[in-house]
Design a binder for this molecule. Structure first.
Ligand code: ATP
Ligand code: MG
Ligand code: FE
Length: 341
């Protein structure tokens, strides 16, 4: 089965062609980051308008690259939520229009299921069951995964998502959006131990997270540097390292707890923050100590992309799922509500 996947939930237009026999045939991405950077975050209306501009050229590019004619495509998948409604509507309308014109089915995909399954596109994919840590711009969740659509939420952030905390911490130190990669870059030059931040909610049982306090901690520390005339590039690196280390340690402690609680030894990390090298290393070390394994996607497929949507949609299509022609999207959509396949 050959599937075209469209992603437009936020500020990336992603298009990919996935074949259930041959694997990923082509994928293309346009990131709007430069357009939103001057505003320090994503402006929804600008995002929607730009998806309209990029979608058709990207689809053409992907079909050209894969040397694929429209009549060789069996179905179209699009991100139906969660995300920015205006942005989602662009992908949904485009998918439904093409599906109608080409006489093929369209299936709406859950964006976080896309992230969750992205590591399946790699050479050594994880096998069910596993624990998944979803760490993106809008989500921080620990999920027990027993199969596609068989998700049990084990814990989640009570306030900011991990990626959001990276972005906000970066912003308040004057770093550009998105802040995750910026903090990671500065942290490499940080002085270990100069600042030590708390590991929120690790001293009590449970698998929930809280990251907003860390952001405040970073702000206070940075303001202290400013007040004493020590707001240098080195201090910025030192705060970045202390912040990143606190996030990484906290996530590692909770992942270990989730693995222990479920008795599982496979951990999948997905979403933009799973591109973070310090996090990968810390989790690899933890899993190595318990004879387990950690799985993640190549960096390009950690953040938003069309390939994960094409892959996730293809699995649902193969299981027989078909959606009607309605153009319907959801800003909020708990992943546990998805049907099992
Ligand atoms: P969601 O998927 O929850 O709807 P989103 O689509 O905006 O949110 P993603 O595209 O998965 O999120 O990831 C973007 C986030 O990942 C941003 O917050 C960004 O700062 C963060 N990020 C990207 N690379 C890194 C990195 N190397 N280290 C830390 N954070 C990173
Ligand atoms: Mg993005
Ligand atoms: Fe995302």
């Amino acid at each position: 089965m050959r599937v075209l996947g469209l992603e437009t939930s936020c500020d990336e237009t992603g298009v990919a062609l996935y074949d259930s026999e041959k694997g990923l045939l082509a994928d293309a991405l346009f990131s709007q980051i430069e357009q939103h950077r001057v505003y320090g975050g994503v402006v929804p209306e600008l995002a929607s308008r730009d998806h309209v501009k990029r979608m058709i050229p990207l689809i053409r590019q992907v079909l050209d690259e894969a040397d694929c004619a429209p009549n060789e495509i069996d179905a179209i998948c699009y991100t139906a939520g969660p995300g920015l409604v205006g942005a989602l509507l662009v992908g949904a309308s485009c998918a439904q229009a093409l599906a109608f014109a080409w006489g093929i089915p369209a299936v709406g995909v859950h964006h976080m299921e896309g992230h969750l399954l992205a590591p399946m596109l790699e050479e050594q994919p994880p096998a069910f069951p596993f624990v998944a840590l979803l760490v993106s711009g809008g989500h921080t969740q620990l999920v027990r995964v027993d199969g596609i659509g068989r998700y049990q939420l084990l814990g989640e952030s009570l306030d900011d998502a991990a990626g959001e905390a990276f972005d906000k911490t970066a912003k308040m130190m004057g770093l550009p959006y998105p802040g995750g990669p910026e903090i990671a870059r500065l942290a490499e030059h940080g002085t270990p131990g100069r600042f030590v931040f708390p590991r929120p909610m690790t001293d009590r049982p449970g698998l929930d997270f809280s990251f907003s306090g860390l952001k405040t901690f970073s702000l206070n520390t940075w303001q202290q540097c400013q007040a004493t005339g020590d707001d240098t590039e080195q201090s910025r690196c030192d705060v970045a390292l202390a912040f990143q280390q606190a996030v990484v340690d906290t996530l590692t402690i909770k992942c270990k707890r989730a693995l222990k609680q479920t008795g599982l030894k496979s951990l999948v990390i997905a979403g933009g923050v799973s591109a973070n090298q310090a996090l990968r290393q810390s989790l690899e070390k933890m899993l190595g100590g318990m004879n387990g394994q950690v799985f993640y996607a190549r960096p390009r497929f950690c953040t938003d992309n069309g390939a994960m949507i094409a892959y996730a949609g293809c699995q649902r299509l193969l299981a027989g799922q078909r959606d009607g022609p309605a153009i319907s999207v959801r800003a909020r959509w708990p992943m546990e509500q998805l049907p099992a396949v």
